[in-house]
Design a protein around this ligand. Structure first.
Ligand code: NDP
Length: 595
């Protein structure tokens, strides 16, 4: 049999190229290639925004609910609890205010990459109108404070406070939470809302600790070094050579700003991002004011349907996301013909993205290096109108590492392929932990019944019902993507989870339920659902270039259990809804007060 001639069919040619590029990027150390912000890098995790001299007296309270995390998940849970009449709760966060991601990420150019009208929660409740289709980070952070005030959450918030331990007291049926400020909180329910991309990571590049210039991670942007601010131009880089490691969604937003401000910019690339058209613009106020009550929930669901292959009759958002993700091409086709049609659709979408690079980037070698050679579901697609043009500036240099990553960091700069690039400032746009153990990302290891820790019971990976309840951890509700939904619009997932958790807690309080937890049998049944979804996309995923979507293609022994629900988020939401509609909390072990 003769091998097909790749030149004869662009799809065949692309298949070969995808394999080739993936092979360059494969490595054996998986998630271990990254390091945490510890030891000499602890300074990278310091809060540059909060008052370092802040003190307060320790709090001792017995409350209905302690919520850990004051980002959108925590705020939404709190808002929904209040709507359901649950008033007795506290929200804890190590940050100095509400906001989560939007508290920490203040890098220049930061904005939501999903349309504001579907991304910003509670717009109907607060009456707030986002100024732009894709709002900037400063506005979103300010909006978090609007939510905090609207729902009167500030009096219930303990900021600059880190949970040290959370331990279940079975006799009292309470979680006992100790914090870094000496608080001792007793709570009937514990909600862990620690964020999805909240724990920054650094690459384990040899010599990374040697760099003598200024250096920081994008999630703790150091305006002391760069000058300017989230909404002001940076004014201290005019004579500086700035390097940035990473070309993911964050870097795509940062690079155009660096290009504007710095003498020279070096962008160190391992895998290029797919960058589609953004087309941002101000909100049409007349349109916004004309929206009928209930519009936001409908729009949010419609967007998720549109980007998960559900082909809704109307495409309400109609932006780059819905265009690129309209067909879900990850699932194995029912027939070889269907499989090829899906592959071709994916290829056509990515070809359009690659063509855009040629149209925008003038230097052919740079353009070639900026083209993504992988399927559209392999990495989060980016949308930006200034990133690619930045590479036409003579002082902006793409340093392509051919999938291998930066070779070494020295006292003076960064080495790739034996060439040292001297730098004054080195910025890490190296992302966040996503699929590491939940207790590692939470920063504390909950201790359930009988002294069993989460890391102990989950030694082989997560055990949950819907990602929310877990056996031996009574009255603990988790909001995280571990064994739970995931989707393009994180806020859709967080809103649904927060709604679910607040319903669960308020129902238990009303019905005098003392404890609720998953049964191990229900956990296994849910795990089977997760696996049945995961196998549908297994072939696609394995052929992807490594990244955080597929745990870097590493050999993680817990990967079989630390899954997300890989079907459409609307189907995950339907699972939760169906569960709530059934009487008696199926799959949960429930103990009533006095029983
Ligand atoms: P990512 O994990 O997407 O990107 C990290 C980057 O660092 C990648 O380009 C990665 O390369 C690179 N990298 C890692 N190690 C090395 C190395 N040794 N040498 C060279 N490069 C290296 O993180 P981001 O912060 O960009 O984005 C994370 C997520 O945050 C996004 O996917 C998105 O979900 C969210 N986000 C949302 C935004 C919004 O809504 N406003 C904006 C920004 C982020 P490689 O690809 O090869 O692994």
């Amino acid at each position: 049999m003769t091998e097909p001639d790749p030149a004869a069919d662009p799809l065949e040619e692309a298949r070969a190229r995808y394999r080739e590029e993936r092979a360059k990027r494969l490595r054996t150390d998986g998630l271990d290639q990254f390091q945490q912000l510890r030891g000499e890098f602890a300074e990278f995790d310091r809060d540059p925004f909060a008052d370092p001299d802040f003190t307060r007296d320790p709090v001792e309270r017995d409350v209905d609910v302690v919520i850990v995390g004051a980002g959108f998940a925590g705020m939404l849970t709190a808002a929904r609890l209040r709507e359901r009449g649950v008033e007795d709760f506290l929200i804890l966060d190590k940050a100095g205010d509400f906001g989560g991601t939007w508290y920490w990420n203040r890098y220049p150019g930061c904005m939501c990459d999903v349309e504001s009208y579907t991304y910003l929660p509670l717009l109907e409740e607060t009456g707030y109108m986002p100024s732009m289709k894709y709002a900037g980070a400063a506005e979103i952070f300010a909006y978090c404070q609007v939510i905090g005030k609207h729902f009167d959450l500030y009096p219930r918030a303990l900021f600059q406070t880190i949970v040290d331990t959370a331990t279940w007291d079975d006799d009292a049926a309470r979680w006992v939470v100790h914090t870094s400020r000496g608080d001792v909180l007793h709570a009937r329910f514990l909600v862990t809302a620690g964020g999805i991309l909240s724990k920054a990571k650094l690459p384990g590049i040899p010599g990374i600790e040697d760099f003598q210039g200024d250096t920081f991670h994008t999630s703790r942007w150091d305006y002391g070094v760069t000058g300017g601010g989230p909404t002001e131009e940076m004014d201290r880089l005019g004579d500086k050579r700035v390097g940035i490691i990473g070309t993911g969604a964050t870097s795509v937003q940062v690079v155009p700003q660096l290009a504007r401000a710095a003498r020279e910019v070096f962008v160190f690339q391992r895998t290029p991002s797919a960058v589609g058209v953004r087309d941002n613009g101000p909100t049409d106020e007349a349109w916004f004011r004309s929206l009928e009550p209930g519009w936001q929930a409908e729009r949010i669901r419609n967007f998720t349907e549109a980007v998960t292959g559900k082909h809704p009759d109307r495409n309400l958002v109609a932006d780059g996301w819905t265009e690129v993700m309209w067909d879900d091409t990850q699932s194995a086709g029912a027939t070889p013909e269907e499989a090829e049609a899906l592959e071709r659709s994916d290829f056509d979408t990515m070809e359009a993205i690659r063509r855009r690079v040629d149209e925008v980037v003038e230097d052919p070698t740079t353009a070639e290096a900026l083209k993504p050679w992988y399927g559209k579901h392999c990495k989060r697609v980016c949308f930006h109108d200034e990133y690619l043009p930045a590479f036409n500036e003579p002082h902006v240099h793409l340093v392509d590492t051919q999938g291998r990553g930066v070779e070494r960091v020295t006292a003076d700069g960064v080495v790739v392929d034996g060439v040292e690039y001297p730098l004054d400032v080195l910025i890490f746009a190296s992302g966040f932990e996503v699929t590491t153990d939940l207790d590692q990302r939470l920063g504390f290891d909950p201790v359930g019944r009988g002294g069993v820790s989460m890391s102990g019971r989950w030694h082989d990976g997560a055990h949950t019902l819907h990602g929310v309840l877990s056996a031996e951890f009574p009255n603990m509700c988790m909001i995280s993507i571990v064994q739970a939904g995931f989707g393009t619009n994180f806020l859709h997932f967080l809103s649904e989870s927060a709604g679910h958790v607040s319903w669960l807690i308020s129902t238990c309080l009303q019905d005098d339920i003392r404890t609720i937890e998953a049964t191990p049998e229900a956990e296994e049944a849910w795990h089977a659902v997760l696996i049945s979804e995961a196998v549908k996309i297994a072939d696609y995923s394995i052929n992807c270039t490594p990244g955080y979507y597929n745990s870097e293609q590493g050999n993680n022994p817990k990967a079989r259990r630390n899954l997300t629900y890989t079907g459409s988020l609307v189907d995950y939401v339907d699972h939760l809804e169906r569960w709530r509609e059934q009487p008696g909390f199926p799959g949960a072990r429930v103990v009533h007060d006095g029983s």
